[in-house]
Write a protein that binds this ligand. Structure first.
Ligand SMILES: Cc1ncc(COP(=O)(O)O)c(C=O)c1O
Length: 368
Protein backbone atom coordinates (compact mmCIF):
# COMPACT_ATOMS: atom_id res chain seq x y z
CA UNK A 1 0.00 0.00 0.00
CA UNK A 2 0.92 3.60 -0.46
CA UNK A 3 -0.73 5.90 2.07
CA UNK A 4 0.04 9.62 1.76
CA UNK A 5 0.08 11.88 4.84
CA UNK A 6 -2.93 13.71 3.42
CA UNK A 7 -5.21 13.05 0.44
CA UNK A 8 -6.44 16.30 -1.05
CA UNK A 9 -7.43 14.72 -4.36
CA UNK A 10 -10.03 12.52 -2.67
CA UNK A 11 -11.51 15.51 -0.88
CA UNK A 12 -11.61 17.61 -4.05
CA UNK A 13 -13.68 14.98 -5.86
CA UNK A 14 -16.46 15.49 -3.35
CA UNK A 15 -16.69 19.26 -3.83
CA UNK A 16 -15.36 19.85 -7.30
CA UNK A 17 -18.73 20.40 -8.97
CA UNK A 18 -19.66 23.19 -6.56
CA UNK A 19 -16.24 24.80 -6.67
CA UNK A 20 -16.07 24.81 -10.47
CA UNK A 21 -19.57 26.28 -10.71
CA UNK A 22 -18.61 29.07 -8.31
CA UNK A 23 -15.37 29.76 -10.15
CA UNK A 24 -17.21 30.08 -13.48
CA UNK A 25 -19.55 32.62 -11.91
CA UNK A 26 -16.64 34.63 -10.48
CA UNK A 27 -14.79 34.65 -13.78
CA UNK A 28 -17.84 35.73 -15.72
CA UNK A 29 -18.60 38.54 -13.26
CA UNK A 30 -14.95 39.54 -12.75
CA UNK A 31 -15.35 40.65 -9.15
CA UNK A 32 -12.11 38.94 -8.16
CA UNK A 33 -11.14 40.11 -4.68
CA UNK A 34 -13.16 40.69 -1.46
CA UNK A 35 -16.53 40.17 -3.10
CA UNK A 36 -19.64 38.14 -2.34
CA UNK A 37 -17.86 34.85 -1.60
CA UNK A 38 -15.45 36.49 0.85
CA UNK A 39 -18.42 38.12 2.60
CA UNK A 40 -20.33 34.86 2.65
CA UNK A 41 -17.32 32.99 4.03
CA UNK A 42 -16.88 35.65 6.73
CA UNK A 43 -20.50 35.55 7.87
CA UNK A 44 -20.56 31.73 7.75
CA UNK A 45 -17.45 31.33 9.90
CA UNK A 46 -18.49 34.12 12.30
CA UNK A 47 -21.79 32.37 12.90
CA UNK A 48 -20.17 28.94 13.25
CA UNK A 49 -17.60 30.10 15.80
CA UNK A 50 -20.08 32.41 17.52
CA UNK A 51 -18.30 35.76 17.23
CA UNK A 52 -19.58 38.99 15.66
CA UNK A 53 -16.50 39.73 13.59
CA UNK A 54 -14.70 37.61 10.98
CA UNK A 55 -12.35 39.29 8.52
CA UNK A 56 -10.83 37.19 5.75
CA UNK A 57 -7.21 37.71 4.79
CA UNK A 58 -4.43 36.22 2.68
CA UNK A 59 -3.19 33.46 5.02
CA UNK A 60 -2.97 32.37 8.64
CA UNK A 61 0.37 34.05 9.22
CA UNK A 62 -1.12 37.39 8.15
CA UNK A 63 -4.10 36.67 10.43
CA UNK A 64 -1.68 36.49 13.38
CA UNK A 65 0.16 39.62 12.22
CA UNK A 66 -3.13 41.52 11.78
CA UNK A 67 -4.28 40.42 15.25
CA UNK A 68 -1.02 41.67 16.79
CA UNK A 69 -1.21 44.93 14.79
CA UNK A 70 -4.80 45.46 15.97
CA UNK A 71 -3.58 45.09 19.56
CA UNK A 72 -0.75 47.61 18.89
CA UNK A 73 2.01 45.14 19.75
CA UNK A 74 5.33 46.86 19.15
CA UNK A 75 9.02 47.00 19.96
CA UNK A 76 9.75 46.45 23.65
CA UNK A 77 6.58 44.46 24.24
CA UNK A 78 6.53 40.85 25.36
CA UNK A 79 4.10 38.25 24.09
CA UNK A 80 3.88 34.93 25.94
CA UNK A 81 3.49 31.85 23.78
CA UNK A 82 4.34 28.17 23.34
CA UNK A 83 7.64 26.94 21.88
CA UNK A 84 5.89 23.85 20.50
CA UNK A 85 3.91 25.10 17.51
CA UNK A 86 4.30 26.09 13.88
CA UNK A 87 6.88 28.84 13.31
CA UNK A 88 4.35 31.57 12.41
CA UNK A 89 2.92 31.70 15.94
CA UNK A 90 6.20 33.18 17.16
CA UNK A 91 7.57 34.79 13.98
CA UNK A 92 4.53 37.07 13.86
CA UNK A 93 5.53 38.40 17.30
CA UNK A 94 9.12 38.96 16.19
CA UNK A 95 7.97 40.70 13.00
CA UNK A 96 6.19 43.26 15.23
CA UNK A 97 9.53 43.98 16.91
CA UNK A 98 8.29 42.34 20.13
CA UNK A 99 9.84 39.52 22.15
CA UNK A 100 8.32 36.04 22.21
CA UNK A 101 8.37 34.82 25.79
CA UNK A 102 8.16 31.06 25.59
CA UNK A 103 6.77 28.89 28.36
CA UNK A 104 6.68 25.10 28.40
CA UNK A 105 3.75 22.91 27.42
CA UNK A 106 1.67 20.39 29.35
CA UNK A 107 2.88 16.85 28.85
CA UNK A 108 -0.51 15.33 28.10
CA UNK A 109 -2.22 17.92 25.91
CA UNK A 110 0.99 19.26 24.29
CA UNK A 111 -0.58 22.72 24.67
CA UNK A 112 0.76 25.72 26.59
CA UNK A 113 0.78 25.26 30.39
CA UNK A 114 -1.54 27.90 31.94
CA UNK A 115 0.35 27.92 35.24
CA UNK A 116 3.54 28.90 33.43
CA UNK A 117 1.76 31.68 31.54
CA UNK A 118 0.93 33.31 34.85
CA UNK A 119 4.51 32.99 36.08
CA UNK A 120 5.85 34.65 32.92
CA UNK A 121 3.76 37.82 33.16
CA UNK A 122 5.80 41.03 33.53
CA UNK A 123 4.87 44.71 33.17
CA UNK A 124 5.97 44.42 29.53
CA UNK A 125 3.59 41.55 28.73
CA UNK A 126 1.11 42.86 26.16
CA UNK A 127 -0.54 39.66 24.93
CA UNK A 128 -0.49 35.88 25.05
CA UNK A 129 -0.86 33.68 21.98
CA UNK A 130 -2.22 30.24 22.69
CA UNK A 131 -2.38 27.48 20.09
CA UNK A 132 -4.97 24.71 20.13
CA UNK A 133 -2.35 22.38 18.74
CA UNK A 134 -3.34 19.43 16.55
CA UNK A 135 -6.98 20.46 17.06
CA UNK A 136 -6.93 20.04 20.85
CA UNK A 137 -8.51 22.84 22.83
CA UNK A 138 -6.20 24.53 25.38
CA UNK A 139 -7.35 24.90 28.97
CA UNK A 140 -10.10 27.39 28.26
CA UNK A 141 -11.34 27.47 31.82
CA UNK A 142 -8.11 28.90 33.12
CA UNK A 143 -6.46 30.88 30.32
CA UNK A 144 -9.16 33.54 29.74
CA UNK A 145 -9.23 34.13 33.51
CA UNK A 146 -5.48 34.74 33.53
CA UNK A 147 -5.96 37.23 30.69
CA UNK A 148 -8.63 39.05 32.67
CA UNK A 149 -6.66 38.99 35.92
CA UNK A 150 -3.60 40.64 34.37
CA UNK A 151 -5.51 42.60 31.69
CA UNK A 152 -3.61 40.85 28.92
CA UNK A 153 -5.42 40.17 25.65
CA UNK A 154 -5.56 36.51 24.67
CA UNK A 155 -4.94 35.68 21.00
CA UNK A 156 -6.10 32.22 19.94
CA UNK A 157 -4.18 30.60 17.10
CA UNK A 158 -6.96 28.40 15.70
CA UNK A 159 -5.10 27.41 12.53
CA UNK A 160 -5.49 23.74 13.50
CA UNK A 161 -8.67 23.77 15.54
CA UNK A 162 -11.67 25.06 13.59
CA UNK A 163 -14.61 23.21 15.15
CA UNK A 164 -13.04 22.07 18.42
CA UNK A 165 -15.13 23.21 21.35
CA UNK A 166 -16.21 22.69 24.94
CA UNK A 167 -19.59 23.29 26.53
CA UNK A 168 -18.87 27.04 26.73
CA UNK A 169 -17.94 27.68 23.13
CA UNK A 170 -15.87 27.09 20.01
CA UNK A 171 -12.14 27.59 19.68
CA UNK A 172 -11.82 31.16 18.48
CA UNK A 173 -14.59 32.49 20.70
CA UNK A 174 -12.77 32.49 24.04
CA UNK A 175 -10.01 35.03 23.54
CA UNK A 176 -10.04 38.66 22.47
CA UNK A 177 -9.05 37.81 18.91
CA UNK A 178 -8.26 34.66 16.92
CA UNK A 179 -6.23 33.78 13.84
CA UNK A 180 -7.39 31.07 11.44
CA UNK A 181 -5.59 29.45 8.49
CA UNK A 182 -7.17 27.88 5.43
CA UNK A 183 -3.90 26.35 4.23
CA UNK A 184 -4.89 23.35 2.06
CA UNK A 185 -3.95 20.74 4.68
CA UNK A 186 -6.09 22.29 7.44
CA UNK A 187 -9.42 20.76 8.52
CA UNK A 188 -11.08 23.43 6.38
CA UNK A 189 -8.41 23.76 3.71
CA UNK A 190 -8.62 25.94 0.64
CA UNK A 191 -7.38 25.67 -2.92
CA UNK A 192 -4.51 27.98 -2.07
CA UNK A 193 -3.54 30.26 0.78
CA UNK A 194 -6.19 31.87 2.96
CA UNK A 195 -6.80 33.10 6.47
CA UNK A 196 -9.20 34.91 8.76
CA UNK A 197 -9.17 37.05 11.89
CA UNK A 198 -12.06 36.46 14.28
CA UNK A 199 -13.01 38.63 17.22
CA UNK A 200 -15.72 39.10 19.76
CA UNK A 201 -14.59 42.73 20.12
CA UNK A 202 -16.13 45.07 17.54
CA UNK A 203 -13.28 47.60 17.90
CA UNK A 204 -10.66 45.00 16.96
CA UNK A 205 -12.75 43.71 14.05
CA UNK A 206 -13.12 47.23 12.62
CA UNK A 207 -9.40 47.82 12.95
CA UNK A 208 -8.44 44.53 11.25
CA UNK A 209 -10.83 45.32 8.39
CA UNK A 210 -8.83 48.48 7.71
CA UNK A 211 -5.41 46.99 8.41
CA UNK A 212 -5.85 44.26 5.76
CA UNK A 213 -6.34 46.95 3.05
CA UNK A 214 -3.43 49.26 3.79
CA UNK A 215 -5.22 50.96 6.69
CA UNK A 216 -7.96 52.40 4.45
CA UNK A 217 -11.39 53.11 5.88
CA UNK A 218 -14.51 53.68 3.81
CA UNK A 219 -12.96 56.58 1.86
CA UNK A 220 -10.63 55.18 -0.81
CA UNK A 221 -7.00 56.29 -0.72
CA UNK A 222 -7.30 57.95 2.69
CA UNK A 223 -5.21 55.92 5.11
CA UNK A 224 -6.08 56.08 8.79
CA UNK A 225 -3.24 53.74 9.74
CA UNK A 226 -0.39 51.89 8.07
CA UNK A 227 -1.75 48.50 7.17
CA UNK A 228 -0.75 45.70 4.84
CA UNK A 229 -2.21 44.11 1.71
CA UNK A 230 -3.79 40.91 2.93
CA UNK A 231 -6.94 40.55 0.86
CA UNK A 232 -8.50 37.19 0.02
CA UNK A 233 -9.29 36.21 -3.58
CA UNK A 234 -12.87 35.34 -4.47
CA UNK A 235 -11.77 32.10 -6.15
CA UNK A 236 -10.20 30.91 -2.92
CA UNK A 237 -13.18 32.05 -0.84
CA UNK A 238 -15.68 30.26 -3.07
CA UNK A 239 -13.88 26.93 -2.60
CA UNK A 240 -14.02 27.35 1.17
CA UNK A 241 -17.71 28.22 0.97
CA UNK A 242 -18.26 24.98 -0.97
CA UNK A 243 -16.24 22.92 1.51
CA UNK A 244 -17.62 24.41 4.72
CA UNK A 245 -20.86 22.36 4.86
CA UNK A 246 -18.68 19.21 5.06
CA UNK A 247 -16.47 20.42 7.93
CA UNK A 248 -18.43 18.89 10.81
CA UNK A 249 -18.68 15.50 9.09
CA UNK A 250 -14.99 15.58 8.18
CA UNK A 251 -14.04 16.45 11.76
CA UNK A 252 -16.16 13.59 13.07
CA UNK A 253 -14.45 11.17 10.69
CA UNK A 254 -11.07 12.41 11.86
CA UNK A 255 -12.07 11.89 15.50
CA UNK A 256 -13.37 8.42 14.59
CA UNK A 257 -10.04 7.57 12.98
CA UNK A 258 -8.14 8.84 16.02
CA UNK A 259 -10.30 6.77 18.36
CA UNK A 260 -9.75 3.72 16.16
CA UNK A 261 -5.97 4.09 16.46
CA UNK A 262 -6.17 4.68 20.21
CA UNK A 263 -8.12 1.47 20.62
CA UNK A 264 -5.88 -0.61 18.39
CA UNK A 265 -2.54 0.69 19.66
CA UNK A 266 -3.23 1.01 23.38
CA UNK A 267 -1.10 -1.95 24.48
CA UNK A 268 2.06 -0.73 22.71
CA UNK A 269 4.85 1.33 24.32
CA UNK A 270 3.48 4.54 22.80
CA UNK A 271 2.04 7.68 24.36
CA UNK A 272 -1.31 8.09 22.62
CA UNK A 273 -3.32 11.31 22.35
CA UNK A 274 -5.73 11.81 25.20
CA UNK A 275 -9.16 11.67 23.53
CA UNK A 276 -12.11 12.63 25.68
CA UNK A 277 -15.69 11.76 24.91
CA UNK A 278 -16.40 15.23 23.53
CA UNK A 279 -15.34 17.64 20.77
CA UNK A 280 -12.40 19.27 22.54
CA UNK A 281 -10.11 17.45 20.07
CA UNK A 282 -10.90 17.44 16.34
CA UNK A 283 -7.86 15.40 15.29
CA UNK A 284 -6.21 17.86 12.92
CA UNK A 285 -3.19 15.67 13.54
CA UNK A 286 -3.01 12.33 15.32
CA UNK A 287 0.31 12.58 17.13
CA UNK A 288 1.79 9.68 19.03
CA UNK A 289 4.98 9.82 21.07
CA UNK A 290 7.55 7.07 20.72
CA UNK A 291 11.12 6.76 21.98
CA UNK A 292 12.30 5.20 18.69
CA UNK A 293 10.47 7.82 16.64
CA UNK A 294 12.90 8.15 13.73
CA UNK A 295 13.21 4.40 13.33
CA UNK A 296 9.47 3.94 13.41
CA UNK A 297 9.06 6.67 10.79
CA UNK A 298 11.60 5.00 8.51
CA UNK A 299 9.99 1.59 9.04
CA UNK A 300 6.56 2.96 8.14
CA UNK A 301 8.01 4.70 5.10
CA UNK A 302 9.39 1.38 3.87
CA UNK A 303 5.87 -0.01 4.31
CA UNK A 304 4.42 2.85 2.24
CA UNK A 305 2.90 4.73 5.18
CA UNK A 306 3.86 8.40 5.11
CA UNK A 307 3.99 10.17 8.46
CA UNK A 308 4.89 13.68 9.61
CA UNK A 309 6.96 15.22 12.37
CA UNK A 310 5.30 18.25 13.93
CA UNK A 311 7.61 19.81 14.96
CA UNK A 312 11.22 18.56 14.93
CA UNK A 313 12.81 21.62 16.58
CA UNK A 314 10.97 23.68 19.21
CA UNK A 315 10.89 27.38 18.48
CA UNK A 316 13.15 28.51 21.35
CA UNK A 317 15.98 26.53 19.71
CA UNK A 318 15.47 27.87 16.17
CA UNK A 319 18.66 29.57 14.91
CA UNK A 320 16.78 32.72 13.89
CA UNK A 321 15.63 33.26 17.50
CA UNK A 322 19.12 32.79 19.02
CA UNK A 323 19.29 36.47 20.01
CA UNK A 324 16.52 35.91 22.58
CA UNK A 325 18.97 33.81 24.60
CA UNK A 326 17.05 30.58 25.03
CA UNK A 327 18.99 27.35 25.29
CA UNK A 328 18.48 23.59 25.27
CA UNK A 329 16.95 22.47 28.52
CA UNK A 330 14.79 25.59 28.98
CA UNK A 331 11.55 23.79 28.07
CA UNK A 332 12.12 20.09 28.66
CA UNK A 333 8.60 18.92 27.81
CA UNK A 334 8.52 20.75 24.49
CA UNK A 335 11.99 19.40 23.70
CA UNK A 336 11.13 15.82 24.53
CA UNK A 337 7.89 16.07 22.58
CA UNK A 338 9.78 17.33 19.53
CA UNK A 339 12.11 14.33 19.74
CA UNK A 340 9.38 11.71 20.10
CA UNK A 341 6.28 12.92 18.23
CA UNK A 342 5.05 11.28 15.05
CA UNK A 343 1.83 12.06 13.18
CA UNK A 344 -0.01 9.14 11.59
CA UNK A 345 -2.40 9.82 8.68
CA UNK A 346 -5.80 10.73 10.18
CA UNK A 347 -7.59 12.55 7.35
CA UNK A 348 -11.29 11.86 6.82
CA UNK A 349 -10.85 10.16 3.45
CA UNK A 350 -8.79 7.27 4.91
CA UNK A 351 -10.31 3.92 4.04
CA UNK A 352 -10.84 1.12 6.55
CA UNK A 353 -8.25 -1.05 4.80
CA UNK A 354 -5.73 1.79 5.00
CA UNK A 355 -6.31 2.31 8.71
CA UNK A 356 -6.00 -1.43 9.33
CA UNK A 357 -2.76 -1.46 7.36
CA UNK A 358 -1.36 1.47 9.35
CA UNK A 359 -2.19 -0.27 12.64
CA UNK A 360 -0.71 -3.54 11.38
CA UNK A 361 2.48 -1.79 10.27
CA UNK A 362 2.94 0.03 13.60
CA UNK A 363 2.37 -3.24 15.49
CA UNK A 364 4.85 -4.99 13.23
CA UNK A 365 7.51 -2.46 14.18
CA UNK A 366 7.13 -3.25 17.86
CA UNK A 367 6.89 -7.01 17.32
CA UNK A 368 9.84 -7.27 14.97
C1 LIG B 1 -0.46 26.67 14.46
C2 LIG B 1 -0.33 27.43 13.18
N1 LIG B 1 -0.24 28.77 13.21
C3 LIG B 1 -0.15 29.50 12.09
C4 LIG B 1 -0.13 28.91 10.85
C5 LIG B 1 0.08 29.76 9.66
O1 LIG B 1 -0.91 29.66 8.69
P1 LIG B 1 -0.58 29.89 7.14
O2 LIG B 1 0.24 28.74 6.68
O3 LIG B 1 -1.93 29.95 6.52
O4 LIG B 1 0.14 31.18 7.03
C6 LIG B 1 -0.24 27.52 10.76
C7 LIG B 1 -0.31 26.81 9.47
O5 LIG B 1 0.51 26.48 8.76
C8 LIG B 1 -0.33 26.75 11.95
O6 LIG B 1 -0.40 25.42 11.92
Amino acid sequence: MNIPPINLKAQFKLVQKDILKNIRKILSEQKLILGQYCSLLESTIAQYVGVPSAISCANGTDALILALMALDIKEGDEVITTPYTFFATASSIVLMGAKPVFVDIEKESMNINPELIEKAVTPRTKAVIIVHLFGKLCDMDRIPKIGEKYRIPVIEDIAQSLGSRNNKGMSGSFGDIAALSFYPTKNLGGIGEGGMVLSKRADLGEKVKKLRVHGMGSVPYYHEMVGINSRLDEIKACALVAKFPHLEAWNKKRIGNARFYNKKLKDLPIVLPDIKDDLTYIAHQYVIRVQERDRLQEFLKQKGVMTGIYYPLPLHLQPCFASFGYKKGDFPIAEETSETSLALPVYPELKKAEKDYIVKSVREFFNR
